[in-house]
Structure formats: structure tokens, C-alpha cells
Design a protein around this ligand. Structure first.
Ligand code: 0PR
Length: 389
């Protein structure tokens, strides 16, 4: 640290230099991110509540009220108006809270067993962190031919030590939605906690047009679902950090409660202590500003662009889409290039795509900052590469 500070102008000049090194979502070059350009209305609210701290919510009672209203709205969206939960930093923290609650519930039933968690191999890497943090034994379920958790394999993996099942509504790599109705039946039948990770899908599936309700039903209408992760900072267009966790019962959230005797509220039910209320304010604002109709439009525009891109790739010689995503993701391979080589060739044009592991393929996420003209340019560059390759 400097002994003596610099002038403000000087500091901001330096800041601009750093800013220039960053990519901007508006460039349309970011094709592998589940985050997107924050909505300006949400940003305005975020700035207005920048100094709030929901870790000591008695000081910020308006913000705390907004958090309750956001949880109620998200609960309504997922068919449980009296859900309990919090706006947290993201999907990782939301998943940690859910699985921690499940572990406390399990421990109070059976004392000294090593708890097992059943999850699909498509689960996000946040579960690897959770498994390590909570000393759990992972029991992985393979995927079926549609890249969904193979439901027929779950029941045989359940033991007396199974403390939770995890299902995904919008897998990170392919955007597939597990068959949560059937998984919910299994959870109910065996009296096991079921967590649904809808970090991405939570803000998409309820707004999909032409959706096949039976196939994509993932929310609290499935009675075995105990908790759901739903992230405003993905398709909700809120600024980072805005994740969401909803529990079916108050007693699940209460499992996380820690007494906070000297604060303005007697307890905390979050993992972090000090936490911004700005993300809550932004989410509250966006839910009120857009409503279901507004989100429907945003989501379906992204889905239309996804379909457009998918069909173009399908028609392209030497390109093979892996599967048809149920959400706004695309996965493809090429005859002419190894996947990692293709990724670096695309990077030479400035395109930031990601590579999925299972299947090994180029992965695109078509978030709202990606527009048709960006995709047309991307496809043009891809064609050039294929001609060369
Ligand atoms: N659950 C699912 C299904 C996810 O896809 C993700 C993140 C999480 C949980 C964890 O959420 P947080 O990252 O909010 O804790 N999925 C994205 C991914 O890994 C996260 C991401 C976002 C990565 C933007 C890159 C990026 O530029 O692809």
C-alpha cells in the first residue's frame, strides 16, 4: 500500500486501464457465460441500496421486507407462495444451504452414519465443494440417452445412509431438465430430502412458451421437492451476486439458524454474515418491473435465438449438434477440428466459447446479451474455419 494516496483522477485513469482489460457483455463475444449484462433498472436499484447489510437486518428493515417479498414472489413462481429462503451470493451458496439443511435433518434422524448424497454426473461442480465441505459420500447416477439423470438407477442406489437426492433443472453443460416428477415420487416413497438445482432453469422454465408441462415440471408442485435453487443473477438479469434458495418448510431453513445475540435480530439463517441487500433490491425491482409477461418475452427471445443458432449449425457441413437443449444452451462438435483446437481458433476471432466435459463439445450459452447479429458473425467465422480446417 502506498504511503501517500494518489489524486482521484490518477486513480480513475488506472481504473479505466483495468476496465479495458475486461470483456464487456455488450460486445456479444461472450458466448459461454450464464451471467449477462445486468438490466439498467436493476442496477439503479442496486446502487440505491448499496450500503445495506442484511446480516444485521434490523438496521435495514425496508430491505429485509423486500427480501421477504422476493422470496414470496419466487415461491409463487415455483408454486409455493409460503416458501422460506434467502437471496444469497449465487447458486453455489444456495446449494450449500440446501445440502447443509438436509444433513442436519438426516443427522437428527440417524446419528453416526456417513451421509450419502445421490446426484447425477451432470451436477454442477459446486456439489464437489459441498461434498468435501460436509464430508459426504457421493453416489453418482449415470445419465440416460437424453443426457438426463437415469431415473431407473436411483432406487437401487438408496441405502439407509442416503440423506439427500439432487436433481437438476437445467444442467450446466447441456441445459437438460431431469425428470423431477419421477424423482420426486422416489424421494417421497423413501422419505429422502430432494433438492432441485434450478440455478439456471428457475428463471427460464416457468416462462417457456410451448413447453411440455409434463416433461419439464420441476417445482414445488412435485411434492417430494424439499428445496430449490433459483438464481436472479442468471436469466433474472440481476447484477452479481444474486442467488436464491427456497425451502418448502420453515423448519428446513431453521436448521441453519445460529443465534446472533448482540445484533438487531436474534438469529441468522444464512451461511454468510454480512451480506448485501443491494442484490435483493435489484431482484425485487426487476420482478416488479418485468412481471411474468416481461420475463416471458426475455426468455422466449433467448430461446428463439437458441433455436435459430441450433438450426443453422444443424445445416452446416462438418458440424454436429450433440443434442437439443431444453434451455438456451447449444453443444456441438466438428469433423474438422478437435474441440479444444476449435475453441482456440474461435478465440482468435475473439469468441469466448466454453468446452463441456460430458459430452466433450463446444458449449454456447445464449444469454440476453447475445443478439442475432453476433450469432451471424460467429457462424460466418465458424464457416471460414471449417473451410480452412
Ligand atoms: N448450479 C448450476 C446448474 C449452475 O449452472 C451453476 C453455475 C451453479 C449451480 C453455481 O452458481 P454460481 O456460479 O452462481 O455459484 N453455472 C455457471 C457455469 O459454471 C456459472 C458461470 C457463470 C460460469 C458465468 C461462467 C460465467 O462466465 O457455467
Amino acid at each position: 500500500m502506498l504511503n501517500r494516496g494518489k489524486k482521484k483522477e490518477e486513480v480513475f485513469e488506472l481504473l479505466s486501464e483495468y476496465k479495458e482489460m475486461d470483456l464487456d457483455y455488450s460486445s456479444g463475444k461472450i458466448l459461454g457465460s450464464m451471467c449477462t449484462k445486468p438490466d439498467p433498472i436493476g442496477l439503479e436499484a442496486y446502487k440505491m441500496f448499496i450500503e445495506t447489510n442484511l446480516g444485521d437486518s434490523g438496521l435495514f428493515q425496508g430491505t429485509a421486507l423486500m427480501e421477504q417479498e422476493v422470496i414470496k414472489s419466487l415461491g409463487e413462481l415455483l408454486h409455493l407462495p409460503n416458501a422460506y429462503g434467502h437471496i444469497v451470493t449465487g447458486g453455489t451458496e444456495a446449494n450449500i444451504m440446501a445440502i447443509s439443511a438436509a444433513k442436519y435433518i438426516f443427522n437428527s434422524k440417524k446419528s453416526d452414519a456417513v451421509p450419502e448424497i445421490i446426484l447425477p454426473v451432470s451436477a454442477h461442480f459446486s456439489f464437489k465443494k459441498i461434498i468435501s465441505m460436509l464430508s459426504l459420500k457421493p453416489v453418482y447416477v449415470p445419465l440416460d440417452e437424453n443426457y438426463k439423470m437415469d431415473v431407473s438407477k436411483i432406487e437401487e442406489l438408496i441405502t439407509e445412509h442416503t440423506m439427500a437426492i439432487v436433481a437438476i433443472a437445467g444442467t450446466t453443460e447441456l441445459g437438460m431438465v431431469d425428470n423431477i416428477e419421477e424423482i420426486s415420487e422416489i424421494a417421497l416413497r423413501n422419505d429422502i430430502y430432494l433438492h432441485v438445482d434450478a440455478a439456471l432453469g428457475g428463471f427460464i422454465i416457468p416462462f417457456l412458451e410451448n413447453k411440455n408441462n409434463d416433461n419439464l415440471n420441476f417445482d414445488f408442485t412435485c411434492e417430494g421437492v424439499s428445496s430449490i435453487t433459483i438464481d436472479p443473477h442468471k436469466m433474472g438479469l440481476a447484477p452479481v451476486p444474486a442467488g436464491g434458495i427456497l425451502f418448502r418448510h420453515k423448519c428446513y431453513l431453521e436448521k441453519l439458524a445460529v443465534k446472533t445475540p448482540y445484533l438487531t435480530r436474534p438469529k441468522q439463517t444464512t451461511i454468510v454474515g454480512t451480506r448485501t441487500g443491494a442484490a435483493t433490491a435489484a431482484t425485487w425491482t426487476l420482478l416488479n418491473y418485468y412481471g411474468k409477461e416481461g420475463y416471458k418475452k426475455i426468455v422466449n427471445e433467448a430461446m428463439e435465438l437458441t433455436d435459430y443458432t441450433y438450426n443453422k449449425l444443424l445445416d452446416m457441413e462438418h458440424i454436429h449438434p450433440t443434442c437439443k437443449s431444453e434451455l438456451n444452451l447449444i453443444s456441438f462438435t466438428s469433423d474438422n477440428y478437435d474441440v479444444d483446437v476449435l475453441k482456440s481458433e474461435l478465440l482468435k476471432y475473439g469468441w469466448r466459447v466454453s468446452v463441456s466435459e460430458n459430452p466433450h463439445a463446444i458449449r454456447l450459452v445464449l444469454m440476453p446479451h447475445v443478439k442475432k447479429e453476433h450469432i451471424d458473425n460467429f457462424l460466418k467465422n465458424l464457416e471460414e474455419l471449417l473451410k480452412r480446417g
